[in-house]
Design a protein around this ligand. Structure first.
Ligand code: 13P
Length: 250
């Protein structure tokens, strides 16, 4: 049986008080025996607090991005080894907001993916198309291009220790979740793309869906053959909404 992952990307939300309440609630309300691996991606300043609250529990955590360089004159940036210092297991790379707002190209994302693995972190590679790309039939081409940039740099074996998150841009923060069939079709495309290179890696690869995941739609999404969990934004910011999604994995 697949073990579903439910990951909360807090984006640039939170406060000390919120982190304490949210994390305490999530740790107490989800358990090591639940059907989901539960992971949170807090803003950098809260990583130390998350580490102190979540160490020794079932909860995992990670950074929302990293700089490709291990160190240097990069004011405002954070390296993979710094994330490791605060107990991170994972790091998001190529989130659509990083691509759209901060101009990260497929090649930039590939260098971050490589830097993550060099630092001993598991990259969660985010891919997905805009509404214009979907409506002009470019979904598979766009997603393939985003994955090919990583394959060209790191090779298929890099995906033995990586996660892919399909996040259609038109579904993020809009309330318009992809239907289970729409999401499954792209997830199957992604898995088949890897299967053409390595069947074992493709079979083991976790492919998360992100984009307006809620307690009311997660069960149906997670029931799809190639959907191995969710990368959750808005609904990861309140204990009850996030736990409702975690319970859908049971
Ligand atoms: P929402 O769940 O708010 O649509 O955000 C999805 C997302 O971008 C997670 O990384």
């Amino acid at each position: 049986m697949r073990r579903i992952m439910v990951a909360g990307n807090w984006k640039m939300h939170g406060s000390l008080e919120m982190v304490e309440t949210l994390l305490g609630g999530v740790i107490n309300g989800s358990g090591p025996d639940s059907g989901a691996d539960v992971v949170v991606f807090p803003p950098f300043p809260y990583l130390q607090l998350v580490q102190s609250m979540a160490s020794g529990t079932h909860l995992g955590w990670g950074g929302q991005t990293l700089n490709p360089e291990p160190k240097g004159a990069h004011t405002g940036e954070v390296s993979g080894s710094m994330l490791k210092d605060f107990g991170c297991t994972y790091v998001l790379v190529g989130h659509s907001e990083r691509r759209a707002i901060y101009g990260e190209s497929n090649e930039d994302v590939a260098s971050r993916f490589e830097a993550a693995q060099s630092a001993g972190l598991v990259p969660v590679l985010c891919v997905g198309e805009t509404i214009e790309q979907r409506e002009t039939g470019l979904t598979e081409e766009v997603v393939a291009g985003q994955i090919d940039a990583i394959l060209a740099r790191s090779g298929v074996s890099a995906f033995e220790q990586a996660i892919v998150a399909y996040e259609p841009v038109w579904a993020i923060g809009t309330g318009h979740t992809a239907s289970p069939e729409q999401a499954q079709a792209v997830h199957a495309f992604i898995r088949n793309k890897f299967a053409a290179l390595d069947d074992t890696i493709a079979g083991r690869l976790r492919i998360l869906y992100g984009g307006s995941v809620k307690g009311s739609n997660a069960t149906e999404l997670f029931a799809q053959a190639d959907i191995d969990g969710g990368l959750v934004g808005g609904a990861s910011l309140t204990v009850e909404d996030f736990l409702a999604i975690c319970r859908c994995a049971d």
